[in-house]
Design a binder for this molecule. Structure first.
Ligand SMILES: NC(=O)c1ccc[n+]([C@@H]2O[C@H](COP(=O)([O-])OP(=O)(O)OC[C@H]3O[C@@H](n4cnc5c(N)ncnc54)[C@H](O)[C@@H]3O)[C@@H](O)[C@H]2O)c1
Length: 385
């Protein structure tokens, strides 16, 4: 089967997330890196693109040039990943969707709820695929958690506890470093800093695993480093669509915590705990029984988990492989569309534009509640109320 053609905007030399996308998209031989506008500096982007293997005529200087160039080609890219800074996601994603391309956009998908609704409508109207990179939902055992919850292993879900707390912006002496400062400046970052950057991953994972949407929330947002205008720590209480109670802690001043993404789910019949820094183990405590450690790659896991695993049990599978699972899902969705058939349900797990929109609604709800002493607010986007 010929490989699908893949292009990327952003992710230039030295970027944080570009390499993980290139690894993830290439891992299963489903996508071929074919086009890119990789850097905000056109010459640097062209030069880097050629150096890492793009054909010279498809190493573009900016995304407008790439949109124009690819639109004219019969062998245009099948998928475009948008991995630029947040404020540019909306216009680039909108531009490519309108021109008939499928898009995988980095989170946050947009800067406002209205923009998010526009993207969802555009994806629905055009029929083009619009995914959002909540890449941690690609981990095999996260998919197994979701399968266990869906088949009732935990009974009705009572409580979800999500965390994404790290300590990498904890040094007050470094608060003026330009690479850190912009994140807490509302003019550049929008209405929220730490929740919009990290908390939304944890919130998405809570919904992904439980199959329930966030309906309302109350937030306590603080700037522990007082010179910051936006929050560097937040505690968010939330309520979900099938009655689950949610608790979420996100922080960037938690010294000693590295990545800090963890999810715990408690039902009537048992509890689950998974943490991103030890992705190969899932802890399952059935009610009145012994603690069980479920290992990635062991026999008799769910089909969703099996589909999302590559190396044998006991060998680490990390973040680029989780991203690779988002790409394998997308390859299946793109092929199904080309072949006019329905998508394999086990592959239909990639986060969609609707998830990106729900996150933006949650970001604005957290910002509002945080300003109003934790008042409970509706966290659903207007178009889903
Ligand atoms: N899903 C995840 O787990 C995850 C993790 C980290 C970052 N992100 C997201 O990825 C995005 C990029 O983050 P990063 O940390 O890699 O940023 P970065 O600053 O390290 O890199 C950004 C890259 O985009 C390029 N760029 C900027 N504007 C551009 C434009 N208009 N056209 C083309 N290229 C442009 C820059 O030259 C640079 O190469 C952000 O939206 C961030 O939220 C997601």
């Amino acid at each position: 089967m010929p490989r699908l053609k893949w292009g990327m905007i952003g992710g230039g030399e030295g970027s944080q997330i570009g390499p993980a996308h290139r690894l993830g998209s290439g891992l299963d031989g489903l996508f071929e890196f074919t086009a890119g506008a990789l850097d905000h500096r056109p010459d640097a982007g062209r030069e880097y693109g050629r150096r890492i293997g793009l054909p010279p005529d498809r190493a573009y200087g900016d995304w407008h040039e790439m949109l124009e160039g690819e639109s004219k080609r019969a062998d245009k890219v099948d998928l475009v990943t948008v991995a630029t800074p947040n404020a540019t996601h909306f216009e680039i994603t909108k531009g490519f969707l309108q021109a008939g391309f499928n898009v995988l956009c980095e989170k946050p998908m947009t800067m406002t709820v209205e923009e998010g609704e526009e993207i969802v409508r555009l994806a629905q109207e055009t029929g083009n695929i619009c995914a959002v990179n909540y890449g941690y939902s690609g981990y095999s055992l996260v998919r197994h958690m979701r399968a266990m919850v869906a088949r009732g292993d935990l009974g009705k879900i009572r409580l979800v506890k999500a965390e994404f707390a790290h300590g990498h912006h904890a040094d007050a002496a470094d608060a003026d470093n330009p690479r850190v400062r912009w994140r807490y400046d509302p003019k550049q970052a929008g209405v929220s800093a730490q929740f919009a950057d990290c908390g939304i991953h944890a919130l998405h994972m809570a919904s992904f695993v439980t199959g329930q949407e966030v309906e309302s929330l109350s937030a306590d947002c603080v700037s522990c480093i007082s010179s910051r205008e936006l929050e560097d720590d937040a505690m968010v209480n939330f309520r979900m669509s099938d009655g689950a109670v949610g608790r979420l802690w996100t922080s960037s001043i938690a010294i000693g915590r590295q990545h800090g993404l963890t999810l715990q789910v408690f039902g009537e019949k048992g509890g689950l705990r998974w943490t991103q820094e030890q992705p190969n183990q899932l802890y399952f405590m059935p009610l009145n029984e012994r603690l069980q450690v479920i290992e990635r790659g062991e026999a008799n896991l769910s089909p969703e988990a099996d589909r999302a695993t590559r190396v044998t049990i006991g060998h680490a599978e990390g973040m680029p492989l989780a991203f690779a699972n988002i790409y394998t899902d997308l390859a299946e969705a793109i092929r199904a569309r080309k072949e006019r058939r329905s998508v394999d349900p086990a592959a239909n797990l990639y986060p969609k534009a609707e998830d990106g929109l729900r996150s933006m609604a949650a970001v604005f709800a957290v910002a509002k509640s945080g300003k109003e002493e934790g008042v409970w607010v509706d966290a659903r986007p207007p178009m889903f109320r």
